[in-house]
Design a protein around this ligand. Structure first.
Ligand code: AP5
Ligand code: MG
Length: 213
């Protein structure tokens, strides 16, 4: 089961990817989480990515593609994976397809979590994320059991640097310009599944599992 999550920033890709991965027991590969972990650990990759992320711009394809292709060739990906935040540009999608085609494989589903721009800024302002395990919460819609503490691993929850309203607006415009064209790209391959992401978390998940079986 090879799945990619499409959708605007804050549409719920990470939230749903976590739920899919728990149910189907496949790894959740979030490029945003990988970059944030690198920034936290002060790696060279993290230093290169930080400026782009803080500005709400995309990190250059050259820093992302090899990282993901190497990751999906690891043993834990043998039964599939959920890619969350990758691909994000047409060249990234083409590189992924070419790498999979080498072993006669292809992406099975492109799940497009559809949420209009006007809902996004409110969602982002209430988001809290665990820097350690990447779990995502919302102060109102998906609150942790104890305020400020991750249910999964007990670490502290933080507000992401790029969730400021002005950065969110830039991320949305970058999304429309560079990432939304992927919906047509994957539609041409007949694998796009559109999901109404304005529903509550459990209903969105039920719609996804109805497709995945
Ligand atoms: P990334 O971390 O991927 O951020 P994003 O795509 O902007 O998406 P988000 O993580 O903000 O949103 P989400 O859709 O996962 O929503 P979530 O589930 O958290 O990327 C960050 C940056 O890294 C990029 O800007 C770029 O610079 C760089 N980058 C990463 N990958 C890259 C790539 N491939 N190429 C180039 N650059 C790359 O939900 C949001 C909130 O809403 C949460 O609080 C959640 O609890 C709540 N929520 C979720 N679902 C619902 C619901 N149904 N109802 C109510 N609330 C909900
Ligand atoms: Mg996310």
């Amino acid at each position: 089961m090879k799945i990619i999550m499409l959708g605007a920033p804050g549409a719920g890709k990470g939230t749903q990817a976590d739920m899919i991965c728990n149910k189907y027991n496949v790894p959740h590969i979030s490029t945003g989480d990988i970059f944030r972990a690198n920034i936290k650990n002060g790696t060279e990759l993290g230093q290169k990515a930080k400026g782009y992320m803080d500005a709400g711009e995309l990190v250059p394809d050259s820093l992302v593609v090899d990282l993901v292709i190497n990751r999906i060739h690891q043993d834990d990906c043998a039964n599939g994976y959920v890619l969350d935040g990758f691909p994000r540009t047409i060249p990234q999608a083409e590189a992924l397809d070419a790498a999979l085609a080498e072993s006669g494989e292809a992406v099975d589903y492109a799940i497009n979590v559809d949420v209009p721009d006007e809902n996004i800024v409110t969602r982002m302002s209430g988001r809290r994320a665990c820097v350690k395990c990447g779990a995502t919460y919302h102060v109102k819609y998906n609150a942790p059991k104890t305020e400020g503490i991750c249910d999964n691993c007990g670490s502290e929850l933080i507000q992401r640097d790029d969730d400021k309203p002005e950065t969110v607006l830039n991320r949305l415009s970058v999304y429309h310009e560079q990432t939304q064209p992927l919906i047509d790209y994957y539609d041409g391959k007949g694998i796009v599944k559109n999901i109404d992401g304005t529903q509550d978390l459990e209903t969105v998940f039920a719609d996804i599992t109805a497709i995945l079986g």
